[in-house]
Design a protein around this ligand. Structure first.
Ligand code: APR
Length: 314
């Protein structure tokens, strides 16, 4: 299959990877190279997706591969390789196994696609993104993670559902690490023209905030095997679009901080502008005191994870 530049390479052709590929193709964003270590699997999924093209009516190409040489020249590399969370497993439980996979993937990305922008999806997200930054040695504007787009989408849906609105008309802000201590920022979340705090009683709103924090676990518990992939794939696709179309759109992104929000040398969920260079700018927003406190707590948790990676020599 002839792959045309600029193209997106997706490492890991599982649920999130393959669904992301499907969305990128069907939205006509770019051609896709789909990589996995399992022989035949990415090739089979790629062929299946190409056979849908005459019906879906797009003219994008996708190729499946088990050879890293095929990702050479990728504009964007999306990393979904890894083990998904199983019921009862915390994100932190995944640390050891996924750190090893991220190392292997990033060594190959560094070699084959040294000019690419890297979107990390593998959990635990903030720590895996930090590891990808370390292993590739890429500039920090080209290494970032997908979490906030998903967390805010979940919160937007929960708010819209509560208010009987369409989620398009709801804006939510979620900052911090992609874990149990993420920080839904209700003081900045809006439905229509109104601040959500004016529309939803405090106790119900804190229920929505908690459901947002537990968003991944809620789906894991329902599915029994595997974890969420439709909304994660939509979220990655939104970031891919912002980069390929040089939209300079502000999205919640897991980005490396250099003093923003009082934090440094840490990958953390913040509002950032995405364009052709990757992260173009990070935006600080004013926070209520309780939100500031929660953010620091979340940062401590991410730091602990990073220290654990260093201590274990992962
Ligand atoms: N290199 C490339 N691919 C790998 C490697 C590796 N070293 N190890 C595993 N994979 C592949 C698997 O073969 C599998 O096809 O990664 C894919 C993961 O797919 P799924 O198991 O379906 O997991 P998925 O639901 O897609 O989640 C992937 O995203 O949201 C996160 O927590 C989730 O970390 C998990 C990741």
């Amino acid at each position: 299959m002839n792959i045309r530049k600029p193209f997106t390479a997706i490492i890991g052709a599982g649920q999130v990877g393959a669904t992301t590929a499907q969305r990128i193709l069907e939205k006509g964003l770019s051609d896709v190279v789909l990589f996995d270590v399992v022989p035949g699997m990415p090739q089979g999924k790629a062929l299946d997706l190409m056979e849908a093209a005459p019906i879906e009516g797009h003219d994008r190409h996708i190729a499946g591969t088990n050879d890293y040489k095929d990702i050479a020249g990728a504009e964007i590399v999306v990393i979904t390789a890894g083990l998904p969370r199983k019921p009862g497993m915390t994100r932190e439980d995944l640390l050891r196994v996924n750190a090893k996979i991220i190392r292997e993937v990033c060594d190959n990305v560094k070699l084959r696609a040294p000019e690419s922008k890297l979107i990390v999806v593998t959990n635990p997200l903030d720590i895996m993104t930090h590891l990808a930054f370390k292993v590739t040695g890429f500039p920090e504007r080209r290494v970032f993670g997908m979490a906030g787009v998903l967390d805010t989408a979940r919160m937007r849906f929960f708010i819209a559902d509560k208010l009987d609105m369409v989620s398009r008309d709801v804006d939510a802000v979620v900052l911090g690490g992609h874990g149990d201590l993420m920080v839904p920022v209700s003081s900045r979340s809006r439905a229509g023209e109104k601040i959500v705090r004016e529309l939803i009683p405090e106790v119900e709103l804190s229920g929505i905030e908690q459901r947002t924090r537990d968003g991944g676990a809620e789906i894991v518990a329902l599915l029994k095997t595997g974890s969420a992939f439709y909304a994660p794939a939509s979220s990655v696709c939104e970031m891919v679009k912002a980069i390929l179309k040089n939209e300079k759109k502000i999205l919640p992104v897991c980005a490396r901080l250099n003093g923003e929000f009082g934090l440094r040398d840490i990958y953390f969920g913040v509002p950032a502008q995405l364009g052709k260079n990757g992260i173009e700018k990070i935006f600080e927003i004013p926070l209520a005191d309780d939100e500031k406190k929660a953010l620091l707590l979340s940062a401590d948790k991410v730091r602990q994870g990073i220290q654990e990676v260093d201590r274990l020599g992962l």
